[in-house]
Design a protein. Structure first.
Length: 256
């Protein structure tokens, strides 16, 4: 079994992969400072809770967009799992050509997303990742990562609404029964959720229009991706383990 790790701005997500199957997963917050020992104890404890012995993990591969924690995290893998982790970055084979103005600025998480999409569906795709930010990444029929759109995540949007106004309360992000809010809470929820559905649909439509291709396959992932996906016909499939599976695809390409 291998441990695949997706270090994002909000959470560190880990998946235990047995072949191509996700047999366990867990997460903890990125923003809490931790030493290598604290990371190691967390990882071993969570593995134990998943019924996995540390010695059953044969390899570790990491995708990270948070460089400042990598020293401690990598050392925790070396110390507690006795494994030298593979880091997705320069020199790693992905099977994706990055054809953007500045390829070096493309984060590992985005490469993982389009690698999963292209190597799974073998056609032009848009990957919509509902994370801290919501990203819309396009990979072509030829496996080129060409275009991206980046929008504030739905939680950021909600926080901006109640955080920058004196009398608006913090709200739970959920879709109300009607867009016609009868009080402040449901009015805010309607604005945030229905407004976000509109944002997602417009961006997908506009990308397809400018690309001149209405047959692009659209995949979503991320924490709130399931909720938004249920509300639109423009997203073809929701894949909750897209990051884990994309990391595993890259792992396999480098272990051949």
């Amino acid at each position: 079994m291998i441990l695949v790790v997706d270090i994002g701005n909000t959470n560190i997500s880990m998946g235990i992969m047995d072949g191509d199957e996700v047999v366990g997963n867990f997460r903890f917050t990125t923003k809490t400072p931790r030493t290598s020992d604290e990371f190691g104890i967390c990882i071993n404890t969570l593995l134990f809770k998943s019924g996995i012995k540390a010695e059953e993990i044969s390899d570790v591969i990491i995708s990270s967009v948070v460089p400042k924690i990598m020293y401690s995290f990598n050392n925790s893998i070396r110390k507690y799992l006795n494994i030298e982790p593979i880091i997705i970055g320069a020199g790693i084979k992905t099977g994706i050509m990055i054809n953007t103005d500045n390829p070096k600025e493309v984060g590992a998480d985005r490469i993982v997303s389009v690698a999963y999409a292209y190597h799974t569906y073998h056609k032009a795709c848009i990957v919509v990742d509902f994370g801290t930010a919501t990203t819309f990444d396009y990979v072509s029929d030829e496996g080129e990562f060409r275009y991206t759109v980046i929008a504030p995540g739905i939680e950021i949007s909600a926080q901006a609404l109640y955080g920058q106004t004196a009398k608006l309360p913090e709200i739970e992000i959920k879709k109300p029964a009607s867009i016609l809010g009868r009080n402040t809470i449901t009015g805010m929820q309607a604005g945030v959720v229905y407004g976000y559905i509109g944002l997602v649909e417009y961006i997908i439509k506009k990308m397809k229009e400018e690309l001149g291709n209405d047959d692009i396959y659209v995949i979503s992932t991320g924490g709130l991706g399931r909720s938004i996906t249920k509300e639109t016909d423009l997203i073809d499939v929701y894949e909750p383990y897209l990051a884990f599976k994309g990391i595993k695809i890259i792992y396999d390409r480098n272990k051949r």
